[in-house]
Design a protein around this ligand. Structure first.
Ligand SMILES: [Fe+2]
Ligand SMILES: [Fe+2]
Length: 376
């Protein structure tokens, strides 16, 4: 059995959805899960709601299982991300001004994020491109929450643990938002070591005002900058003194701080951030969590343009979970300016042991490569 993408006007009653379809309308959202059997009224409604194409199950080997995101899931991801930021901003303002707040407001946001992640593993790449929200701290907290929940699901955490983890990550840096509210600017927050060291405690203090918040969620917030080698803060706790959920939060925190730092000039691309976080030179992070990260978040996604240690330049064709740092490539350039006849190179094979990826070349250079391939 395969799947096929069809235009909505080619849909017929009895066809079975192979990918979820989400429809946003004035009364909320409606989700049609894979396996849903379409009837005439559904097809009509999908057309009215502006869904242009759907994925249906096929039995004739006509497999069109490409990696194109379902348009409606993309819309849902965007909506969920924006909702998460605005509800977090509201919660934060209530906490800062001592207004009542209860856990159901946070729980709803976590459930929505989990729903999107369960629909599409690659959702992180959608979410990480949404950088429109102006409040850095809220955006950062939501990003840390999404990454941590992807890692948590990959590590088979149960639903209660996922909710504690998601809640803590969503609130982990609210202490910084409180400083900001007291007219502290970003540079004071990030450059003043004392403030940095205190913010987990301040965030935990704020979060503990939320009625019904779990004990573990507070512990995670307190420990989100503790590292397994003891080099973290505020207490310099080590390995098992830090609970697993905090160790997941710490990895997510480090990754997202590299991808989207306070000061934009230090920003790195997602693949560089992954390489930095999983670098064996550091013993800061729990190896189990790093393994989950390597297996579930592509370090060099297909299409990435890279430079090798021998100065050759290539496009990543595919990579495997077992060996994500050594993908299959199509080599296009002998050096920065010297094109060659393209040839494949699988870095996971013994013949390429001496080759490794030196750096990722900015994506605008990919266009040059494509022109080069077309010319050959
Ligand atoms: Fe923090
Ligand atoms: Fe943070």
């Amino acid at each position: 059995m395969g799947m096929k993408k069809i235009k909505i006007f080619d849909a017929e009653p009895g066809m079975i959805l192979a990918k979820p379809v989400v429809v946003l309308h004035s009364k909320g959202r409606e989700l049609m899960q894979p396996g849903f059997v379409l009837e005439k009224p559904h097809i009509k409604r999908l057309g009215i709601w502006g869904i242009e194409s759907i994925f249906i199950e096929t039995y004739d080997g006509d497999d069109d299982n490409n990696q194109i995101f379902n348009e409606s899931v993309r819309m849902l991801a965007r909506q969920t991300y924006e909702d998460a930021i605005s509800s977090l901003a509201k919660i934060s303002k209530n906490l800062i001004s001592d207004k009542e707040c209860d856990i159901s407001q946070v729980a709803r946001t976590i459930s929505h994020i989990l729903e999107v992640i369960s629909l599409e593993q690659g959702v992180l790449s959608i979410l990480s491109k949404l950088r429109e929200a102006d409040e850095y701290i809220y955006k950062h907290n939501v990003d840390v929450c999404v990454t941590a929940l992807i890692l948590g699901r990959a590590m088979n955490l149960n639903n209660d643990q996922l909710h504690d983890l998601g809640t803590a990550c969503l609130l982990h840096d609210l202490g910084l938002a409180a400083y900001k509210n007291e007219k502290w600017d970003n540079s004071q927050i990030t450059k003043e070591p004392e403030n940095i060291r205190k913010h987990p405690l301040r965030s935990a203090e704020m979060a503990s005002q939320i009625k019904g918040i779990g004990k573990d969620a507070i512990t995670i917030i307190n420990q989100h900058h503790e590292y397994v080698d003891g080099s973290g803060y505020p207490e310099g706790k080590k390995s098992d003194e830090i609970i697993l959920l905090s160790r997941i939060c710490a990895v997510s925190e480090a990754y997202n701080t590299l991808v989207s730092p306070y000061e934009n000039e230090n920003k790195v691309d997602p693949h560089e951030a992954m390489v930095k976080v999983v670098d064996p030179k550091f013993n800061r992070f729990d190896p189990e969590v790093l393994r989950a990260m390597i297996s579930n978040m592509a370090i060099y996604p297909a299409g990435t343009f890279v430079q090798l240690n021998n100065a050759m330049r290539a496009v990543v064709i595919s990579s495997t979970k077992d060996n994500p740092l050594r993908p299959r490539l199509l080599v296009l350039y002998e050096s920065e300016t010297k094109p060659i006849k393209p040839f494949p190179a699988d870095l996971s094979q013994p013949g390429y042991q001496e080759w490794y990826i030196d750096k990722v070349v900015p994506s605008d250079n990919i266009m040059k490569s494509i022109e080069h391939i077309v010319r050959l």
